[in-house]
Design a protein around this ligand. Structure first.
Ligand SMILES: [Cu+2]
Length: 402
């Protein structure tokens, strides 16, 4: 019964293990105390969220004062006299096709991104685990997973300082599994698939500080994801006689909750170089209809872009990300069967190195179009495992600005 050991939170023991081990125990005597502890824990989480918001809202007073200073810090004449085509040459390095970027007043952008991610093998902490390591504790282990994501995106800038955006991913997931000695069919393999729209993301990017137009800029992002992605995806598992069963957490397409995605980005640009840094949080609001909340995420990034020629800008980037475990549990999932069904085996931290190129068409029939290719490799991973580890990712993005 290792999955009900002391490391489990009170919430999980009541919500999940309690249900598993002692059906109907929700009315038992110990429930009252456990419920109080659960409430305390939720208050804790709420306080943490308030703290993160406080940090992200800090720049608001600066926005107000920056507005005043902008009154007399007009764009230099050289910028106001440029036409659109020339302006696009100016922002050739700062518009990173795949990263946070803003547009100039009146610009529209249509974009499409394709992302492929491969996960292979499991990890616990920083240690690799073999399939048989995982199968010593679980009847089933995932062996690998692929994610394909198609992401159409639209952006519009009502002013040089404000860019609005919306994007809706279409996701295809595939996960392979093998059964172990704790199962009735050791060595048997099966694959699960799920496919559909993910969560709609809408937001605004606001430049609240700029020096010399775009030599140094600070941008605040306020974005919200709407739970349009399914959290009820099903497929046939190891035993086809049982029909389609609820798929575990990483095979679902959305969070099931409204999520906030606040971020602060710094972008600097000089000559043929652009550089930047970003902090971003994903804050889940409330609990979804399947009685759980995905873990919050915190990300910090830094990058350098170099304009090699007018049409080619390579870049390197480093991302560090921390994400928390799931709070609560889907009552249809049994965490004793497979690690992916355990809400307490989802957290992790990872550092990735990224590199790629941005390509720009400055004239001709492709004028205004941009293309980017980016690869991502992890240099550090520590996971609450056993958990599948991300091995590599490749993203191709196309943009049309007009
Ligand atoms: Cu854009």
């Amino acid at each position: 019964m290792r999955f009900c050991s002391g490391s489990e939170s009170v919430h999980n023991v009541v919500g999940r293990c309690g249900k598993l081990l002692m059906p109907g125990s929700h009315t038992a005597g110990g429930y009252g105390a456990a419920r109080i502890l659960t409430i305390i824990r939720h208050v804790d989480m709420a306080l943490m969220r308030v703290a993160v918001f406080g940090l992200l809202l800090l720049p608001l007073p600066m926005i107000a004062s920056a507005q005043e200073s902008k009154q007399y810090q007009e764009q230099p004449d050289e910028f106001s006299e440029l036409n659109l085509e020339q302006l696009m040459e100016v922002d050739v390095v700062s518009i990173n096709v795949l990263g946070t970027h803003t547009h100039l007043e009146g610009e529209w952008m249509f974009a499409y991104q394709f992302m492929f991610m491969r996960m292979d093998g499991s990890r616990d902490g920083t240690n690799r685990l073999s399939d048989s390591d995982v199968l010593a504790d679980f009847p089933v282990t995932p062996t690998n997973m692929t994610m394909k994501m198609h992401m159409p995106m639209v952006m519009y800038a009502p002013s040089d300082d404000l860019t609005l955006m919306a994007m809706l991913p279409y996701i295809k997931l595939e996960m392979d599994h093998v059964l172990g000695p704790l199962s009735p069919k050791p060595g048997a393999r099966f694959t699960t698939k799920s496919e559909g729209f993910g969560d709609l993301n809408v937001g605004a990017l606001y430049t609240f500080y700029r020096k010399n137009f775009d030599e140094h800029r600070l941008i605040f992002k306020a974005a919200l994801s709407v739970p349009t992605g399914s959290i009820d995806k099903k497929d046939v598992l190891a035993n086809p006689a049982q029909g389609k069963q609820k798929l575990p957490y990483p095979m679902q397409l959305g969070s099931g909750t409204f999520d906030l995605h606040p971020a602060i980005t710094y972008v600097g640009e000089m000559g043929d170089w652009a550089w930047g840094g970003e902090v971003e949080a994903t804050i889940r609001l409330g609990e979804n209809s399947n009685d759980y909340t995905l873990g919050d995420r915190y990300k910090i990034s830094g990058w350098v872009n170099w304009k090699w020629t007018d049409w080619l800008a390579p870049f390197v980037r480093i991302d560090g990300e921390v994400w928390e475990n799931i709070d609560g549990a889907d009552p249809d999932l049994n965490p004793a069967v497979v690690p992916t069904a355990d809400p307490g085996r989802r957290a992790g931290e990872q550092i990735d190195l990224l590199a790629g190129v941005n390509l720009y068409a400055l004239g001709g029939p492709l004028k205004g179009q941009r293309l980017a290719i980016q690869g991502r490799l992890p240099v550090y991973r520590s996971l609450d495992g056993p958990q599948l580890e991300t091995d590599w990712q490749i993203t191709v993005g196309w943009q049309w600005v007009f």
